[in-house]
Design a protein around this ligand. Structure first.
Ligand SMILES: N[C@@H](CCC(=O)N[C@@H](CS)C(=O)NCC(=O)O)C(=O)O
Length: 214
């Protein structure tokens, strides 16, 4: 367990859920250190890690002497405890819309294509090409809906001129889209990604910039 000032992110360079938390930490200008857990080697299921996150998923964040799990909950915690720069709008309707877009990815897209699910599909007899195809189809469906949810805004970011939690979710999911060969030419999402990737927080959080990147 950490003291009250140290922030430790338990993650993996390619994990999109860890990537979300890295963006939020960088966005808030917080100093943090990285403890990698290699997902392909199953390190997320080691007893020492399960003591931190019994679900056996990264990320887990040690902060303020506590351990937090679930990337959305962590991002919102960071936003609540470090108000500037914000990740959620002040207006309640706008906030609900940002959360809805974020949840399309975090709740309805990514969980269907994470490593655990793809392994289960393989157990049921699907080969690599079929599981990759499954992941691509799930991602395309999620991104198409996401694009329609942000369509009414001018940009440059998902919901206008300010970065929100929706951008924090979108950029990593596009990483997975590329990885699985999914289409992502929906609405403004590629333009939003390009705008985000000009920002230091998004650059610092990118998988290829992590010490455990392969
Ligand atoms: N809903 C969780 C999802 C976490 C999750 O699926 N993490 C993946 C990496 S992106 C993982 O640890 N996978 C390990 C496995 O499937 O065994 C969150 O947002 O934190």
């Amino acid at each position: 367990m950490t003291d009250n000032t140290t922030i430790i992110l338990h993650g993996f360079w390619r994990s999109t859920a860890s990537w979300r938390v890295r963006i939020a930490l960088e966005w808030k200008g917080l100093g943090w250190s990285n403890v990698p857990h290699h997902l392909r080697l199953g390190e997320q299921r080691a007893p020492e890690y399960l003591a931190l996150n019994p679900q056996g998923f990264v990320p887990a964040l040690e902060i303020g002497g506590d351990v937090l799990t679930q990337s959305l909950a962590i991002c919102e915690f960071l936003d609540e405890t470090h108000a500037q720069p914000p990740l959620l709008p002040k207006d309640a309707v706008a906030r609900a819309k940002v959360r809805a877009a974020a949840q399309v990815i975090a709740c309805d897209t990514h969980p269907l294509q994470n490593l655990k699910v793809l392994k289960m599909l393989k157990k049921l007899g699907l080969d690599q090409a079929a599981t990759d195809g499954w992941a691509a189809e799930v991602i395309e469906g999620g991104l198409e809906v996401f694009a329609s949810l942000i369509a009414g805004n001018d940009g440059p970011y998902c919901f206008g001129e300010n970065v929100t939690l929706a951008d924090v979710l979108l950029v990593p999911q596009l990483g997975n889209a590329r990885r699985f060969g999914a289409r992502f030419d929906f609405g403004r999402i590629v333009e939003v990604e390009a705008a985000c990737m000009k920002l230091p927080a998004f650059i610092a959080a990118a998988p290829e910039n992590q010490p455990d990147a392969e």
